[in-house]
Design a protein around this ligand. Structure first.
Ligand code: MSP
Length: 700
């Protein structure tokens, strides 16, 4: 094989270090100079996803972050950078404890199951994580306790009493006032916490944090998030409670096991415990810390950009280089989340279109940093336009013609003297794509990077149409053969460049096209050497076959159906366990004893807000509740004293049977019934809502 000399060899600008300006837009990443940014400037590269809560099954919102990290990690490896990619699950805290109770499982059972589900999904999607950390693992627990000790020994922890509101959904102490006050972050009702806690002296870090954000503008990205954090910190920081003592599902505070460590201190520490910080073997920590990128969704910016650097500063540890926050994936207009019941599972898309389609769609369609809507229509449209008709078509027609006209060997192009303006324009477009792609990528502008690669695809398509290789192929004269060779060489070389560039985004299909180009294993290709003209003459193509079969309209319906069936199944499995009211014996019903909808309508179920809750003297099981039903406040006696502390109920929204005939218990009148699940052998769990819902609303 000979290398190409016909095309003038122009050294392309390095993939990194290109000055680059982009339009300023809300939530879009923008840096004046990629070269000035330390994120990608180290010999090693460490990238992390958030560790996901195990109270919910994985969906494409989680997959979005994980895919973005995987794409970056793969590209770094292709550029020859020693890369470490961490993901895992966040398994402690009140939210998980309650989810386990609700599922009738122990927290350990629930976390084992759901953590395995996340991991299996990442494996199925070919996510190239290097480590999978679970916060219930011994190595993590040891590390968190070591961090707690270190903070305490450095004088940053003291004991105090916390009285205030706590949002269990966000696992966040909030400034809201009053029982049941809505969480300022998510709007859900907060719970009143009155506990003796350990506190972290967060207030001492206000100036240091402001200094950090102002001297290292790339620490928080994009700019909009940096500004939000800056104004939050400037408005003043209060010390942070970092332990809880009213539940036990967590890591015990060293030397005071009545307390468990606050779940966010526990979770954030995963980024160093996974590397073996403070363990017997700190090789990975010494090599990879500080992290280059903590990738997160925008709702957890405060934890990562305020608490985490403050903890690290207090412990005398280096800070991560950058925290990159993306926007939310929306489905049917709102954030995709389990509590809203509007999730889309990755599995459906993997089954029907494959992982590459999902990866490409999410990174191409959503402007990284901003919210983006998911729809099956848009997914299929993008897939057909860019993958099946775009890259797929370019690959199949170029390779098929080389097979047909040159017996499957990459042909010789004409001498450079006889190259046309068209040929040279394709080579220029390829050089530009390489430069632009790298520059956009280093600024996390994935959609623009992909757009620049597809500009090259469009340029080559037009070139093929205008130069009509199929017409040239019909002729046998030397000039036509030579022209045909040049056109097909040019097309194949441009195809090779696109495939190398986008390999980290769509790894499976590009690996197949690379092999069809006769280039072997794409994993061994060094991206930093990518230049126009490297395709060797005489390269023997592999077997040529279509990589992206076109998807027809039925594909959309198929995926929608699969999701509907899944949602239906989830709803049935939630509804299946009977939910008898606590303290109310449920009459046995014959297996064929179905009721009609009219029978059901006789039961008036309403949303109530607990205003008062207290124990009933000399009745171990009973609580006296005053519940606001919107139109009236009623007194209810409920047999839940063994399951709930009265304080924990005040401000909580519950489900009430509002039209039950009154009855007397211990001399007190009970007007209604509170609805709860009673798992066998377990404690009662009140029915409630994850979304905010007005008091008095009827359930039907
Ligand atoms: N356990 C914490 C993170 C601790 S990190 C030290 C947590 N877990 S989570 O399960 O709620 O995951 C949140 C993350 O999942 C988001 O920050 C984001 O990365 C990803 N996403 C979950 N739903 C998402 C969307 N609908 N859209 C985009 N990303 C989403 O918070």
């Amino acid at each position: 094989m000979t290398s190409v000399e016909a095309f003038p060899m122009i050294v392309i600008p390095s993939e990194r270090g290109i000055l680059f300006a982009s339009a300023a837009a809300c939530g879009v990443f923008q840096l004046a100079s990629a070269a000035a940014d330390a994120t990608f400037m180290s010999k090693t590269f460490y990238i992390t996803t958030p560790i996901y809560y195990v109270n919910a099954r994985p969906h494409i919102g989680h997959a979005y972050t994980t895919i973005a990290c995987d794409v970056i990690a793969r590209r770094q490896r292709m550029l020859g950078v020693d890369t470490y990619f961490l993901t895992g699950t966040d398994e402690h805290g009140q939210k998980i404890e309650r989810a386990a109770q609700a599922a009738g499982k122990t927290p350990q059972q629930l976390t084992d199951e759901v953590s395995a589900e996340f991991r299996a999904l990442w494996d199925r999607m070919g996510i190239t994580y290097d480590d999978y950390i679970r916060t219930t693992s011994e190595r993590h627990k040891r590390g968190v306790q070591a961090l707690f000790r270190k903070l305490r020994d450095s004088g940053y922890i003291y004991k105090g009493t916390y009285t205030g509101q706590y949002c269990v959904f966000d696992e966040l102490y909030v400034d809201a006032i009053g029982a049941g006050a809505p969480c300022p972050e998510c709007g859900r009702p907060t719970e009143t916490v009155h506990e003796e806690n350990y506190f972290f002296k967060l207030s001492e870090f206000q100036d240091k944090l402001i200094h950090l954000y102002t001297t290292q503008p790339g620490f928080i990205r994009p700019e909009t998030r940096r500004n939000e954090v800056l104004s939050f910190v400037k408005s003043g920081l209060r010390d942070l409670s970092i332990s809880r003592s009213t539940f036990s599902w967590g890591i015990p505070v060293p030397d005071d096991p009545k307390h468990v460590i606050y779940v966010w201190l526990d979770a954030l520490a995963n980024y160093i415990t996974a590397l073996g910080w403070s363990s017997n073997d700190t090789t990975l920590y010494d090599k990879f810390w500080p992290a280059n990128v903590h990738m997160i969704g925008k709702e957890i910016v405060r934890f990562h950009c305020v608490y985490w650097p403050a903890f690290l500063m207090a412990a005398g540890l280096p800070l991560p280089k950058s925290i990159v926050a993306h926007g939310w994936l929306l489905f049917e207009e709102s954030k995709m989340s389990k509590s809203r019941g509007n999730i889309v599972r990755a599995e459906t898309i993997l089954d029907v279109l494959g992982a590459d389609a999902l990866r490409y769609f999410l990174l191409r369609e959503v402007v990284f940093g901003q919210d983006g809507s998911f729809s099956f229509d848009a997914l299929v449209q993008r897939y057909n336009a860019d993958l099946a008709n775009g890259l797929g078509n370019l690959a199949s027609r170029t390779l098929t013609m080389i097979t047909r006209y040159f017996k499957g060997e990459v042909p010789y192009p004409s001498a450079s003297s006889s190259l046309t303006a068209d040929d040279l324009a394709v080579a220029d477009a390829a050089r530009k794509a390489v430069a632009d792609y790298g520059a956009y990528f280093d600024q996390f502008q994935f959609s623009r990077a992909l757009e620049s690669a597809w500009t090259l695809v469009a340029t080559v398509d037009k070139y093929i149409v205008e130069n009509e290789p199929w017409t040239l192929g019909e002729k046998q004269d030397e000039e036509s053969r030579s022209r045909l060779a040049t056109v097909l060489y040019t097309s194949a070389e441009a195809l090779r460049i696109v495939v190398a560039l986008v390999h980290s985004v769509i790894p499976d299909s590009t690996a197949r096209i690379w092999a069809q180009l006769g280039l072997g294993d794409v994993k061994t290709f060094s991206l930093s050497e990518l230049q126009w003209g490297q395709l060797q003459l005489g390269t023997r193509l592999g077997n040529v076959e279509a990589v992206f079969p076109r998807a027809d309209k039925s594909t959309i319906e198929r995926m929608q159906k699969m999701e509907e069936v899944d949602r239906g199944a989830a709803a049935v499995s939630v509804a299946a366990p009977a939910t008898p009211a606590v303290g109310e014996p449920v009459k046995p019903v014959a297996s064929d004893g179905k009721i009609t909808i009219d029978d059901f309508a006789k039961v008036e179920l309403r949303v109530g807000l607990v205003k008062v809750a207290e124990r009933v003297p000399k009745a171990d099981k009973l609580l006296r509740l005053e519940v606001d039903l919107g139109t009236e406040v009623c007194q209810i006696l409920a047999g839940i004293a063994e399951s709930y502390e009265p304080e924990a109920l005040v401000g909580r929204k519950v489900v009430i049977v509002a039209n039950l005939a009154p009855r007397k218990l211990r001399g007190l009148e009970s007007n209604g019934m509170i609805v709860a699940a009673s798992p066998e052998g377990g404690k009662a769990i009140l029915a409630g809502f994850l979304e905010d819902v007005p008091v008095g609303t009827r359930l039907k």
